[in-house]
Design a protein around this ligand. Structure first.
Ligand SMILES: C[S@@+](CC[C@H](N)C(=O)[O-])C[C@H]1O[C@@H](n2cnc3c(N)ncnc32)[C@H](O)[C@@H]1O
Length: 197
């Protein structure tokens, strides 16, 4: 991380601590463990919620196919600008907005379903309605074989993942500040999507 992006991370955290969650970017080890189990050959569209300074973004780009797209959705203006300025990879699209509007952002970029959604949004501090709406829209946005990969300080996301996905794998990474729960959820439950309509 450059000095400039470290400054952006601290100032965004001070401005909106509940939305940013942590001023310390994810450790290299946690990024490797989160991204390792993903099947990169099958990922044509990856959506990342809250890329922050791009800790996961740059590592995902290294693993992605040359014809794949990474759509990064970020609420923090400072993060959006810093990420746009620090990366000129044509596969990366950075939009300022909220994860709740993922389906609109995909449509606006001419993209269909996502094969993977990667998120470190602090689900434990989101309002329950917002958290549920983000998970519902995420399940809608994923292809039938798509996977939602999440790293979280707390376990508040777990019941949401269980409600919207049939299969859930989890792990824990101590080597991070703070240590994090890691989740990979697959097999979206159509019942949960229908019930929400
Ligand atoms: C825990 S930080 C993750 C930062 C980064 N991925 C990392 O590991 O260094 C959470 C990020 O989500 C962003 N964020 C919070 N709420 C959001 C929302 N509803 N939609 C999109 N991004 C959001 C914050 O601005 C912040 O960049």
């Amino acid at each position: 991380m450059t000095q400039g992006s470290a400054w952006v991370a601290v100032s965004e955290f001070v401005r909106r601590p509940d939305m940013v969650g942590s001023a310390v970017p994810a450790s290299a080890r946690m990024v490797r463990r989160m991204l390792g189990p993903l099947d990169w050959h099958r990922i044509g569209v990856l959506v990342e919620y809250g890329p922050g300074t791009g800790r996961f973004t740059f590592e995902a780009l290294k693993r992605m196919r040359s014809d794949a797209t990474l759509l990064a959705i970020e609420t923090g203006e400072g993060f959006v600008e810093a990420l746009r300025n620090s990366c000129d990879d044509h596969r990366l699209i950075v939009v300022r907005g909220t994860a709740q509007d993922v389906n609109r952002h995909l449509a606006e970029q001419g993209l269909k379903k996502a094969n993977c959604i990667l998120t470190g949004l602090p689900f434990s501090t989101l309002e329950p309605d917002e958290a549920d709406a983000i998970m519902r829209e995420s399940a809608r946005a994923l292809s039938s074989s798509g996977v939602l990969a999440a790293y979280q300080m707390r376990r508040a996301i777990r019941p949401l993942l269980k409600r919207h996905f049939a299969s859930l794998r989890s792990s824990y990474e101590w080597w991070n500040i703070p240590p994090c729960h890691l989740y990979w959820a697959r097999g979206k439950r159509l019942g949960a999507l229908m019930a929400a309509r």
